[in-house]
Write a protein that binds this ligand. Structure first.
Ligand code: G3D
Length: 172
């Protein structure tokens, strides 16, 4: 666990329930996930990309993202990472709606978006293009966005994705 949450840029992890956020955070932080108290209900950890670069990653939950208090975490948010289950076509409209709602928050104006197309290990998972279309990402021309495929379960593509998140933060 890093020494200070406030020193590293804050990244918020969101997505529908079962998208794979907890698995992803646990994998990314290699066992360093800190469970916050049930009243807060969020997981947080610091990801060290290299000796000089760290990101503080907050998992604010799936259903929980609709709770009023998650908005307080947006104050210092430098990037939003939205996780989708790329094998679940049926829930893409719901994911699209949730993403649109989150991005409409004034506090997130202009901040970059990384969509993680998780569960790429599953046969028949959607392509990046399909996911971009389903989430209507072209509509978000007012911010930098990117989609990357990963498998939280297998630990594939995660480190690369967060290096890209860091690049997006620097560019924006
Ligand atoms: P959440 O925190 O977004 O709600 P979880 O999601 O991390 O709890 O994951 C939900 C389920 O998806 C879990 O399975 C988990 O193992 C699985 N999962 C997460 N990431 C991947 C992945 O990359 N590939 C595959 N195949 N499965 C994944 P269970 O069975 O425990 O519900």
């Amino acid at each position: 666990m890093g020494q200070s949450y406030s020193a590293a840029p804050q990244v918020i992890l969101m997505g529908l329930d079962s998208a794979g956020k907890s698995t992803l955070l646990a994998r990314l932080l290699t066992g360093e996930v800190m469970e916050t108290s049930p009243t807060i209900g969020f997981n947080v950890g610091t990801l060290d990309l290299d000796k000089k670069t760290s990101l503080t990653v907050w998992d604010v939950g799936g259903q929980k993202c609709m709770r009023p208090n998650w908005r307080y975490y947006l104050d210092d948010c430098k990037a939003l990472v939205f996780v989708v289950d790329s094998s679940d076509r049926a829930r893409m409209p719901e994911a699209q709606k949730a993403l649109k709602k989150v991005l409409s928050d004034e506090k997130l104006r202009g901040i970059p978006l990384m969509v993680l197309a998780n569960k790429k290990d599953l046969a028949g998972s959607m392509t990046i293009r399909e996911i971009s279309n389903q989430l209507d990402l072209q509509a978000h021309s007012d911010r930098l966005w990117e989609v990357q495929a990963c498998s939280a379960l297998r630990g594939l593509g995660l480190q690369q994705a967060f290096f890209s998140v860091n690049k997006l933060i620097k560019k924006s």
